[in-house]
Design a protein around this ligand. Structure first.
Ligand code: SF4
Ligand code: FE
Length: 480
């Protein structure tokens, strides 16, 4: 297994390039807009080394019998699934942001299970290919990014009916030894901090849409791949050299738009190729795993938002006010409700035919639907507790300025013993999560990551067994 530093070196060795704010950047591991996200990813390695957390962050590989990072693990029991969300909560506590490594873990578990069932139906050999591929990922402790979301163009049209058929990633050429793919994947969490990307279809494909029913893996630096870095609110504060104003200067998330401009994929890296009848299963399973994930990671970030809210209340000397205590209890209640959902869908998980475990689909969708709401309420309560300075605080440069600094320190003084600098730090940390770069993962991604609320409602409607519930009432009332 790699250390955090070895991981960073291994990403550096890939020589990835990305377009960032209008120019091509090739030294990504040193770029100030990228490094906080790289450190957050590195934390998933460091936690696997630390005495306190290594039991949670490692597991015994079902493929090799060796110890691997849990982010590269194929879950072998409901306990493994519970440990997954516990690990994500812990990582959220350590970083206060999105640590990016879950998408590939979720994609791998989905692909492992679906390829097995696809092979049984179609006589293909995708499962064995994937096993060989994944062994290497585990052995070398590599990061896999998972890529699902296509741009989708005109939402009223199927992939083949779009004016531009590339709006859904597709096979454009079949040749000796592999296929050539073209398209783009949006919202790619941690893409340029990853060694490989596992690409999946974005929706259930129908007969006639075989070219879009494609699943494969390629290195993130494969020829033809272009990365375009996503902006986040207040991101250029990272370029100003004022750590305090960034809010969380140590860690941060990363979102990328990745274009596949005629990328060649060799056969041994293809895990679905035209079997439209298994595309929907793949989408649903990946979504369920990722909806489970949010019952861990968002809770971990929620913990530190609650901690910051309690801390600022104490700094302001209002920690004993009953309305403050009540708001903090409300925040804890909401956050633990999310964790209860994450733990429950994990504990109720079952083995797929392939042998690895997946979460209970209904409960995973309930979990994620709550995640589309509760972090917003937590952010509202944190904003309430923090006060209006959250939106009007002067810069760190003014705090340290010989003319304005003394006034700021005099007039923004709070409870005795509290340094104004520390008050700044906590307010900026809260600002980061409710309105700054951190709100991308904590709020926008809570809404849309792993699918928007309507997608969860559709699944809940399907899995909710209304028929069975009506039968129960009929039985109770003696209705034939
Ligand atoms: Fe992991 Fe959460 Fe980031 Fe998704 S949003 S990659 S589950 S930390
Ligand atoms: Fe996500």
């Amino acid at each position: 297994m790699k250390s955090g530093q070895e991981y960073i070196e291994s990403i550096k060795a890939l020589g990835l390039k990305a377009r960032i704010m209008g120019s091509e950047e090739s030294n990504l591991t040193e770029h100030p807009l990228v490094t906080p996200s790289l450190r957050a990813m590195a934390a998933t390695y460091e936690c696997a080394e630390k005495e306190e957390s290594k039991a949670l962050f490692t597991a015994k590989s079902s493929l090799t019998g060796k110890t691997v990072n849990r982010f590269a693990h194929l879950h072998q029991s409901a306990d493994d699934l519970v440990n997954k969300v516990k690990m994500q909560r812990y990582a959220g506590n350590c970083t206060g942001c999105c640590f990016q490594r879950c998408v590939g873990m979720d994609a791998a578990n989905a692909v492992f299970s679906v390829t097995y069932e696809c092979d049984a139906e179609h006589g293909t050999d995708y499962h064995q290919r994937f096993i060989e591929f994944w062994k290497n990922m585990q052995e070398n402790d590599l990061v896999m990014d998972g890529a699902m979301t296509d741009p989708k163009g005109d939402r009223g049209k199927r992939p083949k009916d779009q004016v531009d058929p590339d709006l859904f990633l597709r096979v454009v050429e079949r040749k000796q030894g592999g296929v050539v793919v073209r398209g783009a994947k949006l919202h790619q969490t941690g893409m340029v901090n990853s060694h490989e990307v596992l690409v999946m279809p974005t929706l259930t494909m129908r007969p006639g849409e075989e070219d879009w029913a494609i699943c494969f893996a390629v290195p993130t630096n494969a020829p033809g791949i272009k990365h375009i870095y996503g902006r986040q609110a207040s991101d250029t504060r990272k370029l100003e050299g004022c750590a305090c104003d960034v809010g969380n200067s140590s860690f941060g998330g990363q979102e990328v738009m990745t274009v596949f401009d005629d990328v060649f994929v060799p056969h041994e890296r293809i895990f679905l190729n035209g079997e439209t009848d298994f595309s929907g299963m793949l989408v649903e399973r990946f979504a369920s795993y990722h909806r489970q994930s949010y019952g861990g990671c968002k809770v971990g970030v929620g913990d530190v938002l609650i901690g910051a809210s309690a801390l600022i209340a104490t700094m302001h000397g209002v920690e004993k006010a009953s309305h403050i205590k009540d708001k903090l209890v409300e925040m804890i209640h909401l956050n633990e409700t999310l964790f209860a959902c994450g733990a429950a869908c994990s504990a109720m998980g079952k083995a797929w035919a392939a042998g690895n475990y997946g979460p209970d689909m209904l409960l995973a969708n309930v979990c994620k639907l709550n995640v589309t709401r509760f972090p917003y309420e937590l952010a509202r309560l944190a904003t309430d507790i923090a006060g209006g300075l959250l939106g009007t605080l002067p810069s760190e440069l003014d705090l340290n300025d010989p003319i304005s600094g003394p006034y700021i320190k005099k007039y923004l003084a709070v409870a005795p013993g509290v340094k104004v600098e520390d008050r700044f730090k906590v307010l900026r940390f809260i600002e980061n999560l409710v309105a700054g770069a951190g709100s991308v993962a904590y709020l926008i991604e809570s809404m849309h990551g792993a699918g928007p609320p309507t997608a969860q409602r559709i699944m809940i409607g399907r899995q909710g067994d209304l028929e069975g519930k009506m039968v129960k009432v009929k039985g109770l009332l003696g209705i034939q």
